[in-house]
Design a protein. Structure first.
Length: 147
């Protein structure tokens, strides 16, 4: 019995080390590539309202926006909000752990969906969208293409 326990502990230690190493490596790669994902290399693609507090001004002279309203945004000042300890560290840790676990658990399903997309219509499995994130900063979101 003790031999079996030693083997299980060794397997668990190796698995933990591999997953931890993969996480650290991907974290380093992600930090290096972050500039590309937030358009820092493409100034013409950046949001002019990044880091500013804005208000919507209705104006009948402006074209209709996506909400069906005529108007535009105007900056009225900077953002003065600072994150506390919980939001900056605890919430981030929970987000990272849960998203990593979700990716591990759901990876076979994602692989099946990717295979179905390739079989149905050849081409890239992922596409990229521009989204608005924290402090109105644009970032690239990679998503599965619908078949």
């Amino acid at each position: 019995m003790s031999n079996d326990n030693k083997k299980i502990k060794k397997i668990m230690a190796i698995t933990t080390a591999v997953i931890g190493g993969a996480y650290i490596a991907l974290r380093i790669i992600g930090n290096k590539k972050k500039g590309n994902s937030v358009y820092s290399n493409e100034p013409e693609q950046q949001n002019k309202m990044t880091g500013k507090k804005v208000v919507f001004i209705q104006d009948d002279k402006d074209p209709v926006n996506a909400d069906g309203v005529r108007g535009h945004l105007e900056a009225v000042g900077g953002i003065e909000y600072t994150q506390g300890f919980y939001e900056k560290y605890v919430k981030r840790a929970i987000d990272v752990v849960l998203s990593f676990g979700g990716l591990v658990v759901l990876s076979p399903i994602y692989a099946g969906i990717a295979l179905a997309i390739v079989i149905d219509d050849p081409g890239p499995v992922l596409f990229t969208q521009k989204r608005v994130g924290q402090n109105k900063e644009y970032f690239k979101l990679h998503n599965l293409r619908a078949a």
